[in-house]
Design a protein around this ligand. Structure first.
Ligand code: CP
Length: 316
């Protein structure tokens, strides 16, 4: 008997996944994307299950995407907002999570400023834990939706030249993308100010450069990252104006890129800082398609972590 392609109750990181698990998850997301094209965009796969969005850090895309994904799978959804919860009265993450489990939460999607918070909850609880971003560590569903978008647009990931440009050091998106893209055989280049792109990342199989023109010239995909001021503990470059002049994707640099290269950004974008506003809205930008694909990817994650299986008739 062959082992199931997915056998995890939690999604904590891309680092722990095999290339086959990643491909299976992307294939499952492809099936769920078709649900979004129907008149009735809903399937009963998680009927009777409860998903909790436990976001201790702000979010627009990830939180609303998980909520909608769960609703499309017919799950009940609870959103916990720190400022309107007993966290402000001093309740710990452990006690908050145990109380949610006492309410029969089946899946807890957690975003936290502390790296490892989802891993802690996964050890503590019977519920499935999905990492929606933990500090500067990982943001696995972002990397999965980025990969889904690249695969959909380019037909493959293996062999592509993919540049990630910006604040790599403090980026969980960068780390999850690096793990995923190198596992699937892409050539990953990291670029940005030397204070934000340490050479140690070469040990993860990436090429590191501080020459932005070299980084974007031959790239099939350019993934731009914002400066993560909320995680920086010291000034990493002289100022925003200097960053934009040296590393921002402006019209002149854009003109020197491959005419079929994809422009990506996990959001939120800072128009006029890391990306020129017109480039963000151009036909080469897939920024909003990434958001659309995030829904299908998160449906697949919730479905698989809940033990869902596809049969000839569809999702069970
Ligand atoms: N890309 C991303 O994580 O966006 P949010 O912070 O809005 O969820």
């Amino acid at each position: 008997m062959t082992a199931p392609a997915w056998n995890r109750k939690d999604l904590l990181s891309i680092q722990e996944l095999s290339a086959n698990e990643i491909k299976f998850l992307l294939d499952t997301a492809t099936a769920f994307k078709q649900v979004g094209a129907r008149t009735i965009k809903k399937v009963p796969s998680l009927r009777g299950k409860t998903m909790v969005n436990l976001f201790i850090e702000p979010s627009t895309r990830t939180r609303s995407s998980f909520e909608l994904a769960a609703k499309r799978l017919s799950a009940d959804v609870i959103n916990i907002t720190p400022t309107a919860s007993s966290i402000v009265k001093g309740e710990t993450l452990k006690d908050t999570a145990l109380n949610l489990q006492a309410l029969s939460a089946d899946i807890i999607v957690v975003r936290h400023s502390a790296a490892g918070a989802p891993h802690f909850l996964a050890r503590l609880l019977r519920a499935s834990i999905v990492n929606a971003g933990d500090g500067a560590h990982e943001h696995p569903t972002q990397a999965l939706l980025d990969a889904f978008t690249i695969r959909e647009k380019k037909g493959r990931i293996k062999g592509l030249k993919i540049t990630i440009l910006g604040d790599i050091l403090y980026s969980r998106v960068a780390r999850s993308n690096i793990w995923l893209l190198t596992k699937l055989g892409a050539h990953v280049t990291l670029a940005g100010p030397s204070t934000l792109v340490p050479r140690i990342f070469e040990e993860l199989g990436c090429h590191v450069t501080y020459d932005i023109d070299e980084a974007i010239r031959d790239a099939d995909v350019i993934n731009l990252l914002r400066i993560q001021h909320e995680r920086q503990r010291q000034t990493m470059f002289p100022g925003i104006g200097e960053y934009t002049a040296m590393f921002g994707l402006n019209k002149e640099r854009f003109a020197a890129t491959k005419p079929d290269s994809l422009i990506m950004h996990p959001g939120p974008i800072n128009r006029g800082v890391e990306i020129d506003s017109e480039i963000a809205d151009s036909g080469r930008s897939v920024i909003l398609e990434q958001v659309t694909n995030g829904l299908a990817v998160r449906m697949a994650v919730l479905f698989l972590c809940s033990g869902g299986r596809f049969s000839a008739e569809g999702a069970e």
